[in-house]
Design a protein around this ligand. Structure first.
Ligand SMILES: O=C(O)CCC(=O)C(=O)O
Ligand SMILES: [Fe+2]
Length: 262
């Protein structure tokens, strides 16, 4: 891992040391303040490019093209809303997904499973432990967004998402987010409608460099990836961790996300 991750700058392998403690504290503080933290230069120079080269053949030939119209909730309906409520306005998502089972032995999976990373993430979130998923497909994904493709507005189902940007596009493909648009007690449907109409002045854009690790609380913070432009595909690894060990998706969920169950 020493050759892959910049462990000099981000000492994940020195758990409990003063430097490790400082990194955890800074990350926790950023999560509190902004709902996210970024470790820029998490990958050593050249590693993102090598990782993209590893994934590219699978991405080009065997990725799942996910194309659908959906609302911000990824749900067919919301019981308390009429079907024509503007908070249910549909948006389109198109992206390419490579699943964990298609990239055995890859650098992406090695990073996903790196124990010191899992322990560091748990510490930043004040959890006693986090676990990798057991799901052979969903554990770690690499998403590709080509020209004209986007991941549209949504709330995440999981409490937090960890991503590692492998390749930034030439233009577009920005991560746009609206912090705390809703809360566990207040769905704020009018605010959701306003965002979907493009009238929310609090929406912000995060422009990441390749090699940045991003940890993001997306359950109540609406977010999207804007349409990619230009020849270079946006490529990003998405890691899922849970407090409970052994989490797997149902067959239905796998088919919904990946077009196959196994
Ligand atoms: O591609 C990204 O930067 C965000 C991915 C995301 O929001 C998700 O996978 O839920
Ligand atoms: Fe998301």
């Amino acid at each position: 891992m020493e050759d892959i991750l910049d462990l000099d700058r981000y000492p994940l392998d020195r758990e409990g040391s003063p430097d490790w403690q400082r990194l955890v504290e800074a990350s926790t503080a950023a999560l509190e303040a902004n709902g996210m933290f970024n470790l820029e230069g998490f990958l050593r120079p050249g590693v993102a490019e090598r990782t993209v080269a590893e994934i590219r053949p699978v991405m080009d030939t065997r990725s799942h093209v996910h194309k659908r119209m959906h609302n911000i909730y990824f749900k067919p309906s919301i019981p308390e809303l009429s079907p024509d409520h503007p908070a249910l306005r549909k948006v389109e998502t198109i992206s390419h997904t490579v699943c964990a089972d298609q990239i055995p032995g890859s650098t992406v999976l090695a990073i996903y499973e790196y124990e010191p990373l899992v322990r560091f993430l748990a510490a930043t979130m004040g959890k006693p432990q986090l676990h990798v998923m057991q799901d052979p497909l969903a554990r770690a994904n690499v998403m590709g967004y080509r020209a004209g493709e986007a991941l549209n507005w949504h709330f995440d189902r999981s409490e937090f998402t960890t991503t590692l940007l492998l390749q930034a596009p030439e233009r577009g493909g920005d991560f746009e987010y609206r912090t705390d648009l809703r809360s566990d007690d207040d769905p704020n449907y009018d605010g959701v409608a306003q965002l979907l109409e493009g009238r929310d002045p609090e929406a912000k854009i995060l422009r990441m460099r390749a090699g940045t690790l991003n940890v993001f609380r997306g359950k109540n913070t609406a977010h999207r990836v804007t349409t990619v432009e230009g020849e270079r595909e946006r490529m990003i690894a998405v890691f899922s961790y849970y407090e409970r060990p052994g989490v797997i998706f149902s067959e239905e969920e796998r088919i919904g996300f990946y077009g196959r169950a196994a």
